[in-house]
Design a protein around this ligand. Structure first.
Ligand code: HGA
Length: 609
């Protein structure tokens, strides 16, 4: 959340900053701003409420010039969405852009107010910049010299970039709580929250580590670690091209990402299905094998869409591997007193690997006596991967749409492989691994077939886009899929939706049923279908408006619309049945005309608790 781009160059940097901060808009889009140091060593700042397009308009005829500058796109946490609260914030000769939350900002603010500082915003960020100014004024030292000492006074997360108009040769980057990377150019250098912002100007990146402070000049970079010692960080060469992450023929990234799922899953499976018989994870070694052999319980912690993937995995671990598995939302895990099961293994799931709640859960878990931990993540350079004992990458490719799609199905793919791997290590059942490998091999083809139901789903979407409320029902491993369908609809179409296990409706929610509430029922043909049919009948007799997604034609009554889903093997049915629900939410949102990639109040990569 919140995007940062900064550059120190030998050319006018304004258009670079505007173009690159726009690429990070997925991280926050409440407001946007930038600041440059001009030839007279003064700050020029432009800020506006809304998207980067507004900022582009506002800067257009201003003939701005500066060779060093910083830009920010905000997802507000402290202070409403307003121009005054938009970054960069300035205190005399110091300007800052910040990603995170300062927990003790009120105390520091009142201290600084007593010292005569006037605050122009309600943000916690302005507290940092005045604090730096106060320390500099008090000591007469350089920004770098006071940085380490000043930061010790802050509680919370404060990844940020700072520049000093009295010393316009350098930027200072601080990495704490959310990612910051340095892009190495030829005679120029850059800083950003995500390498996407810098693709095209460089392929070479340094990922700052937690607690790092970096001094970034035209031709020199110096990094201090959290103990204030100079360190060398690895330079990574990226093979991502900006072309890969363009929308291409699609209207929205979410649409592109839905249709990309067969390819993403193929990438996730690549080099992991050995001779088409066994699962092979090159990332895991002897230590993990030993833990898998001895574990008796799995505890998965995640948020949002990843939490739904974890819930599906619980069914797989228990039904296929006979391993008890509990699943918990990360913010709940971090809020309660915990009792750990015997020989339990801790697993986290996150697309970005920067989800603050999940990261906090991992840190807490390390003190609780789990056998070990593993993260399933889409970003190798992320904090979750760095801080976990072991990791498995989902290889979904860059996901830009705020509502997750391909990261969900690739997480499920990895989780199913993990189930197979653990079963085989424990020598529980020989056949399961082989069976799972065989099924995973056909998974991308099954999804390709399901994507062909687009037209039928568009027709349903046309009927439903005006609705105010919707229910999603699923049974067993399809209940988390119902939850995911409801979440997608809430996120991008702003329609209130709830998910229930099929059998739970009669225990209360049946009271809601009338002809105006559409009910989506996920009912693949399996041993539970007969039970689900009884639930459908119960809704029918009460006049409910039913849409059944099934591979069996279900026409029990007139008020049922059946979406015929192509055949899919039972184990991978949850991965396949989420596709029509993603499409449904997408086409409903499209009919409503919402901003699908950037839904209101949300942002991708939730780096605040
Ligand atoms: N607290 C700052 C930065 C917000 C942020 O990092 N969001 O993810 C603000 O409210 O401006």
């Amino acid at each position: 959340m919140c995007g940062i781009v900064a550059a120190v160059t030998q050319r006018n940097i304004i258009s670079f900053l505007l173009e690159r901060i726009q690429r990070l808009e997925y991280r926050g889009y409440d407001s946007a701003g930038l600041a440059l140091i001009n030839q007279n060593n003064n700050f020029i700042r432009v800020r506006c409420v809304g998207k980067v397009n507004e900022l582009i308009k506002k800067t257009k005829n201003k003939k701005l010039f500066g060779k060093i500058g910083l830009a920010h796109t905000r997802w507000a946490t402290h202070g409403k969405v307003s121009e005054e609260n938009t970054h960069p914030h300035i205190s005399s000769n110091i300007a800052i852009v910040h990603n995170g939350i300062i927990e003790n900002s009120f105390q520091i603010r009142s201290f600084l107010e007593k010292k005569g500082y006037i605050f122009y915003s309600d943000t916690d960020t302005e507290v940092i910049v005045h604090l730096l100014h106060w320390e500099q004024k008090k000591t007469g030292k350089s920004l770098l010299e006071i940085m380490h000492y000043s930061l010790m006074k802050l509680k919370g997360n404060y990844s940020m970039v700072v520049m000093d108009s009295k010393n316009s040769s350098k930027l200072i980057a601080v990495c704490s709580g959310s990612p910051l990377i340095i892009g190495l150019g030829a005679g120029e250098n850059f800083i950003a929250s995500d390498q996407i912002a810098l693709l095209g100007v460089t392929k070479h990146f340094i990922y700052l580590k937690e607690g790092d402070i970096a001094i970034v000049k035209l031709k020199k970079i110096k990094i201090f670690n959290q103990n204030n010692c100079i360190v060398q960080r690895k330079i990574i060469e990226s093979d991502i091209k900006y072309e890969y992450i363009k929308k291409g023929k699609y209207k929205y990234y979410m649409e592109k990402e839905i249709y990309e799922q067969p390819k993403s899953i193929r990438n996730t499976l690549k080099n992991r299905l050995k001779d088409n018989k066994t699962i092979y994870f090159p990332e895991l070694g002897k230590k993990e094998t030993n833990i898998f052999l001895h574990l008796e319980h799995i505890h998965i912690v995640a948020c949002g869409t990843s939490y739904h993937a974890a819930m599906v995995a619980k069914h797989w671990f228990e039904s296929l591997a006979n391993i008890p598995c509990d699943v918990e939302v990360a913010s709940e895990f971090t809020s309660r007193k915990l009792a750990i099961r015997r020989k339990s293994f801790f697993v986290t799931l996150s697309q970005s690997g920067e989800t603050a709640d999940t990261l906090m859960a991992l840190r807490i878990s390390k003190k609780l006596g789990y056998l070990g931990n593993l993260t399933i993540c889409n970003m190798k350079s992320s904090s979750l991967v760095q801080e976990s004992d072991s990791y498995l990458l989902t290889k979904a490719g860059v996901e830009i749409g705020v509502a997750s799609t391909k990261s969900f199905t690739t997480q499920l793919t990895v989780l199913l492989m993990l189930v197979a791997k653990i079963v085989s290590i424990k020598k529980k059942e020989d056949n399961i691994e082989k069976k799972i490998v065989k099924i995973l091999t056909v998974l991308p083809y099954r999804i390709e077939e399901i994507l062909k139901t687009k037209k039928a789903i568009q027709n349903i979407a046309k009927k439903l886009y005006n609705t105010k409320n919707m229910l999603f029902l699923g049974r067993n491993d399809q209940y988390p899929i119902a939850m995911e369908g409801a979440l997608k609809l809430k996120e991008i179409a702003y329609i209130h939706a709830e998910a229930y296990p099929c059998g739970e409706l009669k225990h209360g929610p049946l009271a809601l049923i009338d002809k105006d509430i559409p009910i989506i029922i996920i009912a693949p043909k399996n041993s539970l279908l007969e039970k689900t049919k009884k639930n459908i009948q119960e809704i029918c007799t009460r006049g409910g408006l039913i849409y059944v997604f099934s591979d069996e034609e279900i026409n029990l009554e007139k008020n049922i619309t059946c979406l015929k889903v192509p055949y899919v093997e039972e184990i991978i049915a949850p991965i396949s049945y989420v596709i029509p629900l993603q499409l449904l939410a997408y086409y409903i949102a499209l009919s409503k005309g919402t901003n699908i990639d950037q839904p209101r109040n949300l942002a991708k990569s939730v780096t605040v608790e």
